[in-house]
Design a protein around this ligand. Structure first.
Ligand code: ASN
Length: 307
């Protein structure tokens, strides 16, 4: 307990949290200025993101109904922007992903984290990538201007942000050029945040109609080896397509029943979006060795939690 209070009471922790406040303030203000509507987070729901990697279940029984802790609000975001009155939304969304204990030492996983999750009806890949770049550049710019003391205290003087367009790599080409570990190779090499596009992934990410296996999605990565920042995509929304993709992945339609019911009735629509992990952004901006340092109550996979 003493070690934990020492961390929470340290000047270093308050510097990290002040930088986090500036980042969130900048990103939320930017989204408001672009006409986005903020939603409150969903914590429990009969349906959630199946993710593309396996984690332990986080379910509870409430009065005979099975509810899951939110892994991401992707399905809720799609439902929300299907309203004719909600074109652009965002939500600061707590996510619980019970990652395997082996992930703990990797330094980038928490079993409870937050993402700033965004969705835009009718948007395309390019619209979202431009929006996210401007948002990230603005937020880091604000930290550089307003948090000089904190940056000095954390020894992060080399933080900078390029105002030119972030480089874009296609995942297939990057795999050919840099091998299986292309994400970390590029993250070590690059000097600025960069995109990797077209990953074969979850059923809701849009697959090209003419080119099976080609997806209209994008991940943002940080330089200096800090790894993944944001993941997002254009979305599939038509019932037949979603049904086929669920069955290709061995996932049961009934696990997504209310969402699939809306799709079947033609109530979902085209959109694009993505979510940026708050603690990972803070880790990169502050130059923190391990993501545990980005949160006073960090829950690292495989560890015992006090608070
Ligand atoms: N937030 C992501 C998205 O919008 C989904 C995720 O976090 N798994 O695509």
């Amino acid at each position: 307990m003493e070690k934990l209070t020492e961390k929470i009471h340290s000047r270093r922790m308050s510097a990290v949290l002040n930088i986090q406040s500036t980042l969130l303030n900048s990103m939320c203000s930017f989204l408001y200025s672009r006409g986005f509507t903020q939603l409150m987070p969903v914590i429990l729901s009969p349906i959630t993101d199946p993710l593309c990697h396996s984690v332990l279940d986080a379910k509870i029984d409430y009065c005979g109904q099975e509810l899951q802790l939110t892994k991401s609000m992707i399905l809720h975001k799609q439902v929300a922007v299907s309203s004719p009155h909600l074109e652009k939304i965002f939500v600061l969304s707590p996510n619980v992903r019970l990652e395997k204990p082996e992930c703990g030492p990797l330094g980038k996983y928490l079993i409870e984290f937050s993402q700033l999750d965004i969705e835009m009806r009718g948007a395309k890949k390019r619209d979202f990538m431009l929006l996210a770049e401007e948002m990230v550049k603005g937020a880091v710019g604000r930290v550089l201007e307003e948090r000089k003391c904190e940056i000095e205290l954390l020894g992060r003087e080399k933080l900078s942000i390029s105002q030119s367009q972030f480089p874009v790599y296609e995942s297939k080409e990057a795999r050919q050029d840099f091998g299986e570990g292309f994400e970390s190779v590029l993250s070590q090499r690059e000097k600025t945040p960069f995109w990797i596009t077209d990953f074969a992934r979850e059923f809701y990410d849009k697959e090209d109609e003419g080119r099976r296996g080609y997806y209209h999605n994008y991940d943002l990565f940080y330089p200096e080896g800090f790894g993944e920042a944001l993941s997002g995509a254009e979305r599939d929304f038509e019932y037949g397509v979603l049904k086929r993709k669920l069955s290709e992945r061995g996932q049961k339609e009934e696990h997504f029943a209310p969402y699939m019911e809306l799709a079947r009735k033609g109530k979902l629509c085209a959109s694009a979006g993505g979510g940026i992990g708050v603690e990972r952004l803070v880790r990169w901006v502050c130059g923190l060795e391990h993501i545990r340092e980005a949160s006073p109550f960090a829950k690292v996979p495989g560890e015992r939690f006090l608070l």
